[in-house]
Each structure stands twice: as structure tokens, then as C-alpha cells.
Design a binder for this molecule. Sequence first.
Ligand code: C2E
Ligand code: MG
Ligand code: MG
Ligand code: MG
Length: 290
Amino acid sequence: YDAKRSGTGVAVYDSTRHADSSTHLGLVEQLRTGIRTGELVLHHQPQVDVATGVPLGVEALVRWAHPVRGLLGPTEFLPLAEVHGLMGLVTDEVLRQAVAQASAWWHGGRRLRMSVNLSASNLLDTDLPHRVSGLLLDHALPPEALVLEVTESVLISDPDRSLAVVARLADLGVTVSIDDFGTGYSSLSYLRELPVGELKLDRSFTSGLLTDTRTEAIVASTITLAHRLGLRVVAEGVEHGDTLAQLAVLGCDDSQGYLHSPPLPADRLERWLDQVRSPALQAAGVPART
Ligand code: C2E
Ligand code: MG
Ligand code: MG
Ligand code: MG
């Protein structure tokens, strides 16, 4: 299924076709150059308030505009970047672009939270909080406008060091979010130990909400638990209006998924935002703002 188009318009390659190491090394060197020459681009996917339909934030999702292969999705090149020590460069570039964009929106009157994904090696980088702080100052972005997403698995390799980095990021005033929540193996202890402000319910829970009573019980309880801990809950991968309606019943805070919009380049996201409320929300019967 070579170069098949995914739902996000990103080319999907069969990685086994590029498995020989010379090809991989070539790609690594191309990535190193591409980061420097601006080939990494961000798409932004809106997150909407379930109760009101108002877009409150966006998640920045990186793509690589490869000169020959076209637009590559993150799963095509981030594993390679991680293994070959380029993840720090990728994250610095993503953070720089995301904070600059969030600042332009913020100071232009669009007060959106900007969510950025961090990887495992980023949380071993004890200088990261210092660089994030510098970026926020340089771009005059209030820390509460930035959300940093980590998965439970990123904390495994060196939990003490990762926890210290997460704690210092939270001390800056940025929100730490647990991505793909529910798929890791020790969710509850992380909830106790990490200074988190947000949970992102993994897509597998969202998609099973209406068809599986066990999934529904887990989602309902997770939302209650998160709210008791003072956390916001974002449902990922929301594709259907009836799922959104059920998330509203369960009190989920934010919704993100193809129902609202796929990840879009900044200019197209702005056009989407200008519609204020997505037709999908109206179709789902979410009440209009008065
Ligand atoms: P994620 O952070 O869980 O991001 C959500 C992924 O689900 C995105 O895929 C998004 O396009 C996709 N998605 C959104 N809505 C729907 C939906 O309704 N249905 C379905 N089936 N999928 C939906 P994408 O952009 O390919 O990113 C994949 C993963 O790559 C992300 O998962 C994240 O873990 C990682 N990633 C993306 N950008 C970055 C980045 O800048 N840095 C790091 N470290 N990781 C990134
Ligand atoms: Mg994410
Ligand atoms: Mg996720
Ligand atoms: Mg997920």
C-alpha cells in the first residue's frame, strides 16, 4: 500500500520497502538537512469545547515536505529521528514554529491553546524547560497558552529524570497533558505523581464509546476521575456526531477529530476558525452559543 493517501492527505509508505540501512541513512541525512532548510511543516487540528462548540485550542502535528517523496506523516520519519538522535532538533523546530504561530494568533485576537507533542528523548533533555521558557519570552506567549503532550511510555526509560523535566515544564506554567491516555500500563500512578493538567483519551476509547459498554464505563469513570483531580479531558479521534453527543452527556471537556476537522495548514485552519462553529457540531445537535 505504497503512497496510499491517508485521511489527512499524508502519503503513507510501507516502511519495509525502505528497510535497507543505506536508504535509512540517506533519509536521516536528508532529514538533518531538511530540518535546517525549513522542510518540516506543522498542520493544526482544532480542539473544540464539547459544551459550546467553541474552538479553544489546536494540536500541532508535524509533517515533512520531502522534496521527492511528498508530504510525509510523523510516523514515517519520527521513529528514525528518535533512533538517530535527531529528535531534539525536530522538537526545537516544532516548538519554535508552534510558539511563533500561537503568538501570532494570540496577539491577533485568536486566543487558542497550542498543544505540542514531546517524545521520550525530549524528556531526558534537562535543558528543554530552559529553552521553552526562552521561546515563550521571545514570542511574548503566556505559558497558559502552551500545552505539552507526553505519552505514558516516554517516562519509562529514566523515570526520575523525566519526572524532573516534566515538573520543571509545569513550573513554567505550561500545561502538561498525557496523550493516548489509557494505552500505557501505569496510568494511575502517573496521575498521582505528575503535575498534569490534561488527559487525552486515546482514540480507541472514543471509537468504542457507543458500541462497547465496558469502554463506556471506562470513559465515564476516567472523566469523573480526571475532574476530581482538576484535569481537563480531551477526547481524541472523534469522527461521529453521535459520539460527540455522548461525550457531552459524560461531561468530556474538549473534542478533537475528523468530525470537526483534519489537521490543516495554518491558513486553512484560520478559514475553518472563521466559520466559528463547525457544521458537524450543528448536525450533532450541540446547542448554539447564545
Ligand atoms: P497523536 O499526538 O495522538 O495525534 C493524533 C493523531 O491522530 C494524528 O496523526 C491525527 O492526524 C490523527 N487523527 C486526528 N483525528 C483523527 C480521527 O478522527 N480519526 C483518526 N483515525 N485519526 C485522527 P498524525 O498527525 O499522523 O500523528 C501521529 C502521531 O505522531 C501523533 O499522535 C504523535 O504521537 C506523533 N507526532 C505528531 N507530530 C509530532 C511532533 O511534532 N513531535 C512528536 N514528538 N510527535 C509527533
Ligand atoms: Mg498528541
Ligand atoms: Mg494522541
Ligand atoms: Mg492516540
